[in-house]
Design a protein around this ligand. Sequence first.
Ligand SMILES: Nc1ncnc2c1ncn2[C@@H]1O[C@H](COP(=O)(O)OP(=O)(O)OP(=O)(O)O)[C@@H](O)[C@H]1O
Length: 270
Amino acid sequence: MTTLAKPVVNKQVEKKPMEKNSVFEVTNLNLWYGADQALYDITMNIAENEITAIIGPSGCGKSTFIKTLNRMVEMVPIVKTSGSIKYNEENIFDSGYSVEDLRTKVGMVFQKPNPFPKSIYDNVAYGPRIHGIKKKKDLDIIVEKSLKDAALWEEVKDRLGENAYGLSGGQQQRLCIARCLAIEPDVILMDEPTSALDPISTLKVEELVQNLREKYSIVIVTHNMQQAARISDKTAFFLNGELVEFSDTNHLFSNPDDKRTEDYITGRFG
Ligand SMILES: Nc1ncnc2c1ncn2[C@@H]1O[C@H](COP(=O)(O)OP(=O)(O)OP(=O)(O)O)[C@@H](O)[C@H]1O
């Protein structure tokens, strides 16, 4: 009698696709504003060269969470934290950790475009100048590259000397992104970057964010679930300061694991 050989399983084929490296490893993060706790035991990894969306109802801690990633939240003096956030393997809460270096590498774009009352050129050159780049030739290269990467160059190249306030809201937001890119960050944190923009400017910024993913890791807070579904790779759903669910965006929106996520994405609350 002949026996059939067991099929040989090719381990290479069986392997899951490689997980990306993490830029941030957040472990048991708690945060208090005075006596009020705003974040509870958050544990999640944020992957390199991905767009991570943070969604959840108003007041659930989305902004607090992303502002913790570059320690901007500590500008509120009553803030206390526990747990750890490793950025490139180092705990950003360690004493002696340079917050200045962290904020150079982890840039931020806010809800409302906030250009400086300066020329378009000077807005972008501002950060590099602070970091000691003084030669006009070097600054010209950085300004052009940053504006190109922010998909704004063609619209402003002939009026770099004009005041940034003369730009439309959408252009101002892309200028703020260019300003952030000029200091060569690794990570860009975006706190509802399109909520003050019209639909066409919103689409332009969304397209830009998707292109930036090639070079940067992006964490974006959004109220807009369609936006999270359109542009992000992973989505985290926060509720009352807790991380309820964190998974691939397609999975979270099509087949969520937690009933509370399902209720939120189907509009039962929020
Ligand atoms: N500076 C502050 N001082 C005290 N409490 C604060 C401060 N900022 C936020 N909080 C509280 O922390 C909790 C989370 O707020 P946060 O702004 O992070 O939520 P959010 O999800 O970003 O809300 P929204 O979508 O409305 O912007 C809320 O209860 C809020 O009142």
